[in-house]
Write a protein that binds this ligand. Structure first.
Ligand SMILES: [Zn+2]
Length: 151
């Protein structure tokens, strides 16, 4: 069951009647494996942001509350964290194969994670509903965290 209050502050809120699925994926070398809860990946917009980091790393992101994501193999310690600017975002990638898994958004009340859909097992990129976000024109991390503060 989805608690609407739980996801309405996400960059892409979940519909209240969404059926939640467990998605699995990981990095190329398989050191990192994860699972997370999210509706049907193909039913909701996937963020295609043009900010400097998303563009160069190829992120196509979906968002889930931090407590709905977990590592099933490896851990955060196996990931290299890259932070820049105001350090509100931690970009995570495998220290062995370099796969960009996603982003941890730091927020004091409610953390959430962005998962790079490219790393989900069996993903069909051609079926994604890409939503362009002009992250280059504003500080995407700051904006998303401000949004996360609204309840
Ligand atoms: Zn790896």
């Amino acid at each position: 069951m989805v608690s609407p209050a739980e996801t309405k502050s996400l960059p892409v809120p979940w519909p209240e009647d969404a059926e939640i699925q467990v998605h699995i994926g990981g990095c190329h070398c398989k050191k990192i494996r994860y699972e997370f809860e999210y509706p049907n990946i193909y039913a909701l917009p996937v963020i295609n942001c043009n900010c400097t980091i998303c563009e160069i790393r190829g992120h196509l992101n979906v968002f889930t509350p931090e407590n709905r994501f977990k590592f099933t193999s490896g851990s955060a310690d196996d990931l290299t964290t890259y932070e820049f600017g105001d350090r509100l975002l931690s970009h995570r990638f495998c220290s062995t194969c370099g796969t960009a898994i996603g982003v941890l958004f730091h927020h004091p009340q409610r953390g959430f994670v962005a998962i790079n859909t490219r790393t989900i097992d069996g993903i069909d990129l051609s079926r994604l509903q890409l939503r362009k976000v002009d992250g280059r024109s504003f500080n995407v991390g700051k904006k998303l965290n401000e949004n996360a503060g609204k309840t």
